[in-house]
Design a binder for this molecule. Structure first.
Ligand SMILES: [Zn+2]
Ligand SMILES: [Zn+2]
Length: 146
């Protein structure tokens, strides 16, 4: 979705990530089905809703490389519309408190898993080297025998 350019979007209006209408125009309701987070199409309202897809949970990055997905704001009351991730910052400042840190929920669980996998793949070589070096110099824990 190359039309989503972070530089040109006014996030204070919390534009919809699909059609770019300001916040209250579109409602996104999330639901978890069989352990996979997704949009509840029956409760969400957006003219371009049919174009939206979270994609298979196993490939969140490939399915949605731009990473702008509706996420649940942990400070909004239950049942509120989800907030587009790119708008979370502006949403927090406007609706909650500028002092509040962004919630962990901004990144959904399967994406954290995805990040871990990416990180692991990237650093496997380094880690193996460290492990090999450690084996040469074993680290003994001195027992607390008094
Ligand atoms: Zn919309
Ligand atoms: Zn909120």
């Amino acid at each position: 979705a190359s039309y989503l350019n972070r530089e040109t979007i006014n996030h204070s209006s919390e534009p919809c990530g699909l059609c770019l209408k300001p916040s209250p125009m579109c409602q996104f309701v999330l639901r978890v089905q069989k352990g996979t987070i997704g949009v509840d199409f029956t409760k969400s309202t957006c003219a371009r809703l049919s174009k939206f897809s979270y994609g298979p949970a196993s490939t969140p990055f490939q399915a949605n490389p731009c990473g702008n997905v509706p996420v649940k704001c942990s400070h909004c009351p239950k049942g509120s519309s989800a907030v587009w991730r790119y708008n979370l910052d502006a949403h927090y400042r406007a609706k909650h408190s500028p002092a509040l840190p962004l919630p962990e929920l901004a990144i959904t669980n399967f994406e954290i898993e995805g990040l871990k996998v990416l990180w692991d793949n990237r650093h496997t070589a380094n880690r193996m080297e460290v492990r090999r070096r450690k084996r040469h110099k074993p680290h003994f824990v001195i027992s607390e025998a008094h």
